[in-house]
Design a protein around this ligand. Structure first.
Ligand code: ADP
Ligand code: MG
Length: 242
């Protein structure tokens, strides 16, 4: 589904990603972890072409991002992204937040967009809040709306960048529950998260990054099961986080 091939990226003279290669199969859940500043956000943003890269290529469902002929807005519309800060439109109701991009980007009718959006809102358990504004919801609820909004676009893959790290601790669980449910339903997911409970429960693979490089890319059981087989940096990271 996603083929990341030898990606390198620089900000000016600073190399933020060095020769990153991995792939994500359809239905796979891959967790990306690593210390702050290691390039996780940058890598995940290259996958839906929010960040350009100078070397390598990423192929999403057969479409090459490096190919200048590729329609990037179209590709982006098929890749759902959920950020740390929910980035809902504060002046729009929950329903309007759910329907706007469906209408503007996918060209759906207002009725179709509403039907689809509310179905996704139901899925994250927030139907009762459809007419509220983001400011009237808790952080956890806003993040669930953000997930419903991304799902309304019928994405072929969902990208998450630390979706729970800005939340109060008591709200982390409700967002992870939605993510676990999505994973169990077979959604292809790439998740930057330090929630190792989530990684252990539903991920297929764990990628560990350090200083812009993919240091580890292995099956979940391998990553958590045998710390001594891990690189010193991954071992140190795991000892701090587990
Ligand atoms: P992570 O998500 O793992 O914390 P990031 O991908 O956000 O890491 O950042 C990786 C590195 O790139 C950091 O050193 C960060 O300071 C740097 N960086 C991120 N965005 C920019 C930018 N727009 N310009 C320059 N440097 C950046
Ligand atoms: Mg980050």
């Amino acid at each position: 589904m996603i083929d990341i091939k030898n990606i390198s990226k620089w900000y000016g003279s600073f190399q933020v990603l060095t020769d990153c290669t991995t792939n994500i199969q359809k239905g796979e859940v891959v967790v990306v972890c690593g210390p702050s500043g290691s390039g996780k956000s940058t890598l995940i943003k290259t996958v839906n072409a929010l960040e350009p890269f100078q070397k390598g290529d990423i192929v999403v469902d057969g479409v090459s991002i490096a190919d200048p002929k590729t329609d990037l807005p179209k590709l982006r519309s098929r890749v759902g992204m959920v950020f740390q800060h929910f980035e809902l439109f504060p002046h729009l109701s929950v329903t309007e937040n759910l329907t706007l991009a469906q209408i503007k980007v996918l060209g759906r009718s207002a009725d179709d967009a509403k039907t689809r959006g509310l179905k996704m809102l139901e899925r994250v358990g927030l139907m009762a809040h459809k007419d509220k504004f983001p400011g009237q919801l808790s952080g956890g609820q806003q993040q669930r709306v953000a997930i419903a909004r991304a799902l309304s676009m019928d994405p072929i893959v969902m990208l998450f960048d630390e979706p729970t790290s800005a939340l109060d601790p008591e709200m982390v669980g409700e967002v992870l529950d939605v993510m676990v449910q999505l994973a169990n339903e077979g959604m292809t997911m790439m998740c930057v998260t330090h929630e190792m409970g989530f990684a252990k429960k539903v991920s297929n693979r764990v990628i560990f990054m350090d200083a812009g490089k993919i240091i580890e890319d292995c099956k979940k059981d391998e990553f958590f099961g045998n710390p001594d087989a891990r690189s010193p940096r991954a071992k140190e990271f795991l000892s701090k986080i587990l």
